[in-house]
Write a protein that binds this ligand. Structure first.
Ligand code: SF4
Length: 342
């Protein structure tokens, strides 16, 4: 059975027309699914009963099932979904004052094996379809009582390694006929896939780009993130300069601070040296979540403060992200890993 969320508005209009129905029903269907959160064609009361039956026989709205759910004391909620082929992906709702962010997955598993990330531990399974990506948004929107305001592609997988499906989903998340979430409230986070960044700079979309940097020293970054062997810092920074020059948009650099690895003063100096010429850069420092399997832990508070102060004094824009959901398996891939081990 086909996932109706794979269809664009135009494709659905054409499909309805071929079934002998007016094209304008497509807008009703979109409104009911993406704005009202309908998961069943029978809820779409504006459609004739015969069309609802035909749609139910030919299409499905949902394909994900909930395999696990954890709620943190800070109200972060983590979901583990099972896909139709039994692969599993994670998504998270992160409430904060004035915003509710949905963190979603783009692939089942991941090829890139960053060694601070539980998602890479079990290898790559497959790309998610645009419909599977959209369904996570639909689920999180319903679960948040319709309050979802922001979307980040920071769950399982590398979004720029599944470029076409991710961009198709992004367009529908952004579309007024879809979820109608402003482009500046949608963030794609990449480990530094240069061809994907280059493609993104040519899209007519004002979405946010975030790059997982985590070290500004090639030797350390290659150890942390094997993708650095393919796209080393020099080439990545050149690409970032082109991106900001072309789009005039800021890039956020995510930097997980890991004890005894990338959190000393020399690491801060390397980071400042790489980023000082890059206009429109922001650094987001994230103390590591302790992950027993990966043998990583965060540095002490004093070292975090020294790192941050150095960057600020070097003239860089830097924020320190408060860890969310620390009492649940909130780090990337942890819930899936726990489930698979059990
Ligand atoms: S951090 Fe992202 S790119 Fe790296 S292994 Fe995890 S999911 Fe893949």
């Amino acid at each position: 059975m086909q996932d109706i969320k794979e269809l664009s508005l135009k494709e659905l209009e054409d499909k309805l027309f071929s079934l002998g129905n007016p094209k304008y029903y497509a807008r009703d269907i979109f409104r009911w699914i993406y704005q009202k959160g309908a998961l069943d064609f029978n809820r779409i009361s504006s459609l004739p009963a015969t069309l609802r039956e035909k749609l139910s026989a030919e299409f499905r709205i949902t394909g994900l099932t909930l395999a696990d759910k954890q709620v943190s004391s800070d109200r972060t909620v983590k979901f583990l979904f099972e896909l139709v082929d039994k692969n599993r992906v994670e998504a998270v709702i992160i409430p904060a004052p004035g915003r509710v962010t949905g963190c979603i997955s783009s692939q089942a598993g991941c090829k890139f094996a960053c060694n601070f990330c539980a998602s890479g531990l079990k290898g790559f399974k497959r790309n998610l379809s645009a419909g599977e990506i959209l369904e996570q948004v639909l689920y999180l929107k319903n679960a948040s009582g319709g309050k979802l305001t922001h979307i980040v592609f920071m769950g399982t997988g590398e979004p720029l390694d599944n470029y076409d499906n991710v961009l198709k989903a992004v367009r529908l998340i952004n579309s007024p006929q879809g979820f109608n979430i402003g482009a500046r409230r949608i963030t794609i986070s990449t480990c530094g896939i240069i061809p994907g960044i280059k493609r993104l700079q040519d899209e007519d979309l004002q979405i946010e780009l975030s790059i997982s940097l985590h070290s500004a020293q090639d030797k350390v970054r290659s150890r942390l993130m094997p993708v650095n062997n393919k796209y080393p810092l020099g080439e990545l920074m050149k690409c970032c300069r082109e991106y900001t020059a072309k789009t005039n948009r800021q890039i956020t650099f995510e930097y997980i601070l890991i004890r005894d690895l990338n959190a000393d003063l020399a690491a801060a100096q390397s980071l400042a040296a790489w980023l000082k010429d890059l206009k429109l850069a922001k650094i987001n420092l994230i103390p590591a979540n302790a992950v027993a399997e990966l043998k990583i832990s965060p540095p002490g508070r004093a070292q975090i403060n020294t790192f941050k102060t150095y960057l600020s004094k070097a003239g860089l824009t830097v924020t320190l992200r408060r860890e969310r959901g620390q009492d649940i398996s909130a780090a990337c891939g942890q819930l899936r890993l726990k489930y698979e081990k059990n």
